[in-house]
Design a protein around this ligand. Structure first.
Ligand code: AMP
Ligand code: MG
Length: 404
């Protein structure tokens, strides 16, 4: 059996970046950029006011005091979106609004709250520095500088910045097409009546949701009874339509576990068929030409944990993400933990901050069929090494559960 790290490395070694494509910015959410995006103009593009107020010359009010205010004549208004045509001459002010172009001659803006308005004039009670409340041309990005880097994720903020630059289309890596192959003769779709000894198929829903969370858009599903021939047909169909096929169930070594023999029968190369982890030991990774197949265990917790550990990093790498996927934190164990195998255990846990120390509490329900524990968890404690007990307040390594 191979270790968690070895398994992850084998998968990632086989992952190929999908080709770039052009997308409308409006449809690029959660894509990863295939190119740097540069500013076609300085950002901000023109000097403008950060507040509602009056554009003035700082020198005019240098001597202002509460008992000796300076009075400036208001000679015009510049609204947001209007060209600032007037010139602020000595002793004068121009009314200005947030985002409006700074008129020539002005070197500072006094807030409307800080002046007393009378007839056609304003009175200013205190001096104001130059450049106050002014957003200068190019202060955030110079023209031609890189604003968004290749392989950045198009988050809401990144999409907003691209739109600021007037960009309507972006070059991003194509998103993977994924087909789920859900195996198990005992499975019934929610909405139907269960027979004795049947259960509802939860992995289809959980895995579809997990795929959608990381931005996968093309998700198809095949279902198969525990029958090798039927499974082979499903796998062939799935491999025809998808970049990556994810199977659920049937990955172990039981008599009705057909994923491995079916993959072998259709010519796939098994790269590994079990990993030294808990949950998720019966995880299979296979390749067929440039297609990847990840065979996840059927137990619902195992399916989702192996999704996080193996499928998510593979999909993100295909989509162009270069961010490290195993960012581990250290925390203090709240309670005790015992392991009976030498497998690396991923203990579902909930974290909280107490006196600035991060505490993690193992969730109730650690068995691999108990989704309730995973529902309440926000982290996985990585408990590796030989069988042993960790005492209360032991330092542990923690992998946050990040669905997206
Ligand atoms: P398997 O990996 O096929 O041996 O299944 C292990 C356990 O997970 C069994 O108790 C199955 O009934 C259950 N199981 C398998 N597939 C699913 C599924 N799609 N939804 C819910 N439970 C499942
Ligand atoms: Mg099964």
């Amino acid at each position: 059996m191979i270790s968690f790290n070895e398994a992850q490395n084998i998968i990632l070694k086989h992952v190929k970046l999908l080709p770039p494509e052009t997308r409308l910015l409006a449809e690029s959410r959660n894509c990863y950029l295939a190119e740097d995006i540069r500013a076609p103009f300085p950002v901000p593009r023109f000097d403008h006011s950060a507040v509602d107020g009056y554009a003035i010359r700082a020198a005019d009010v240098a001597s202002s005091k509460g008992d000796n205010p300076v009075s400036l004549k208001v000679i015009g208004t510049v609204k947001t979106g209007d060209l600032a045509c007037d010139f602020v001459t000595p002793g004068c002010a121009i009314r200005i609004f947030t985002g409006a172009m700074l008129p020539r001659g002005a070197d500072t803006v006094v807030m409307v709250e800080d002046v007393v308005f009378t007839n056609d004039s304003i009175q200013i009670l205190t001096p104001i520095k130059t450049n106050k409340n002014i957003r200068r041309t190019g202060e955030e990005f110079a023209k031609d500088s890189v604003c968004l880097h290749k392989s950045m994720k198009l988050t809401p903020a990144a999409i907003g910045l691209a739109a600021t630059l007037g960009i309507q289309q972006v070059r991003v890596y194509r998103k993977p097409r994924v087909t789920l192959v859900i195996t198990g003769s005992e499975l019934v779709e929610p909405g139907n009546t269960l027979g004795d000894a049947q259960i509802y198929d939860s992995n289809r829903y959980a895995l579809t949701a997990a795929l959608a969370e990381i931005g996968v858009e093309h998700i198809l599903t095949q279902t198969s009874k525990d029958d090798q021939h039927a499974l082979q047909l499903s796998l062939e169909q799935a491999l025809h339509e998808a970049d990556i096929v994810i199977t659920s169930g049937g990955a172990s070594v039981g008599d009705v576990d057909y994923v491995k023999p079916a993959l072998q029968a259709i010519g796939a190369t098994i790269r590994f068929d079990s990993v030294e982890i808990k949950p998720g030991k019966p995880t299979i990774f296979a390749t067929l030409e440039d297609k990847l197949i990840l065979g996840l265990p059927g137990n619902p917790v195992s399916a989702l944990v192996t999704f996080l550990l193996f499928v998510k990093p593979a999909l993100l790498q295909m989509m162009g993400c270069t961010v490290e996927s195993n960012i581990v934190h250290f925390a203090s164990l709240n309670g005790t933990l015992t392991k009976r195998t030498s497998r690396t255990e991923f203990v579902r846990a909930k974290s909280l901050l107490e006196d600035e120390v991060s505490l993690v509490t193992p969730c109730i329900g650690q068995e691999s069929h108990m989704l309730g524990g995973l529902v309440t968890a926000d982290s996985l404690i990585i408990f590796d090494g030989e069988p042993r007990t960790l005492t209360n307040r032991s330092q542990v390594r923690v992998l946050p559960i990040l669905w997206s």
